[in-house]
Design a binder for this molecule. Structure first.
Ligand SMILES: Nc1ncnc2c1ncn2[C@@H]1O[C@H](COP(=O)(O)OP(=O)(O)OP(=O)(O)O)[C@@H](O)[C@H]1O
Ligand SMILES: N[C@@H](CCO)C(=O)O
Length: 287
């Protein structure tokens, strides 16, 4: 029997497109035992739509990773309890990929280090911003390009967080298809400069820096705002009630609001009173 959990993650944090992510305390729980065939038992209703055989992303990843190391993945039965909503911008696909990597690592004795797990996961996802914090917890800042991975991570204790989770799904591929192939120099320069300062603010817990820079994304949010009809309104209401900043969580439709500690109730109540979707405080998961 092998049991573990993988956290939800929120990617981008606005300016860190495909690079920054944070782990949060909602989990994909996995229990596995060797079996006569590959089988996935879903204990959470929302996951009943997912495959139960080796075409399931968790099992498929485990088989592929074992193969990559010239091993054969033994047949297992996996039972999942999943608190991470599917296709809502909270990193469900990365949690499934990391679960598959952990299973291959355990059953094939691959002795993978965190770096190896993030590298393999990034190869599959194409970017490390959800995969990274799934493995490290806390705050993750990374870059991945053509097999080269570099990252920084650390536990994170600044600020409080609210997620607003609309009741519809957006597939990441769809949300990426609306992005342009290139950006104007003026936009790229503003985004880059703001992102550099934003990271300094993030690492130092400097809310004034975050307030001023988080609004300067030029890479994805404006292109995706037609897909997330609540985004502009959530942002305005959160700002009026004193929040530090509001961003799309990953590829959406979940929206993430950052507030000062002790100020969550005011923002949460304002959101609950004005916008119809699930709003809840969510906590950073530090390993
Ligand atoms: N627990 C799981 N088991 C098997 N497959 C899963 C699981 N969770 C997610 N998936 C697969 O990942 C897909 C969702 O991936 P997608 O990238 O669209 O959204 P997301 O990862 O939730 O959002 P984001 O990347 O924006 O944070 C599901 O439709 C399913 O195919
Ligand atoms: N950085 C990714 C996260 C979702 O997988 C995106 O915004 O498309």
């Amino acid at each position: 029997m092998f049991e573990f959990k993988v956290p939800a993650t929120s990617a981008n944090l606005g300016l860190g497109f495909d690079s920054i992510g944070m782990a949060f305390s909602k989990f994909l729980y996995i229990k596995s035992v060797e079996s006569e065939s590959f089988k996935v038992i879903h204990e959470s209703k929302e996951n009943f739509i997912l495959p139960m055989d080796e075409s399931n992303l968790i099992i498929k990843t485990a088989i592929d990773v074992a193969k990559k190391f010239n091993k054969v993945m033994p047949k297992i039965q996996v039972t999942t309890i999943n608190e991470i909503p599917l296709s809502r911008g909270l990193g469900s696909s990365s949690s499934a990929i990391i679960a598959g990597i952990e299973l291959a690592n355990f059953y094939c004795d691959l002795k993978l280090k965190d770096y190896d797990k993030i590298l393999i996961g990034s190869e599959i996802e194409g970017h490390p911003d959800n995969i990274g914090p799934c493995v490290t917890g806390g705050l993750f800042i990374g870059s991945y390009d053509d097999g080269v991975l570099t990252y920084y991570h650390s536990p994170y204790h600044h600020f409080s967080y609210i997620v607003s989770i609309p009741n519809y799904k957006i597939q990441t591929v769809e949300a990426r298809s609306v992005l342009p192939d290139s950006y104007k120099k003026q936009d790229a320069v503003l985004h880059n400069a703001s992102a550099n300062v934003f990271v300094a603010g993030l690492l130092n817990g400097d809310q004034n820096i975050i307030r001023k820079t988080i609004i300067n994304d030029r890479f994805h949010e404006s292109y995706r705002s037609d897909l997330i009809k609540e985004f502009k309104e959530i942002k305005e209401i959160a700002k009026k009630s004193g929040a530090i900043g509001t961003v799309m969580s990953g590829a959406g439709p979940t929206v993430l609001t950052i507030t000062e500690n002790g100020h969550v109730s005011a923002v949460l109540n304002a959101l609950k009173n004005n916008i119809e979707c699930d709003h809840e405080e969510i906590f950073v998961y530090n390993k």
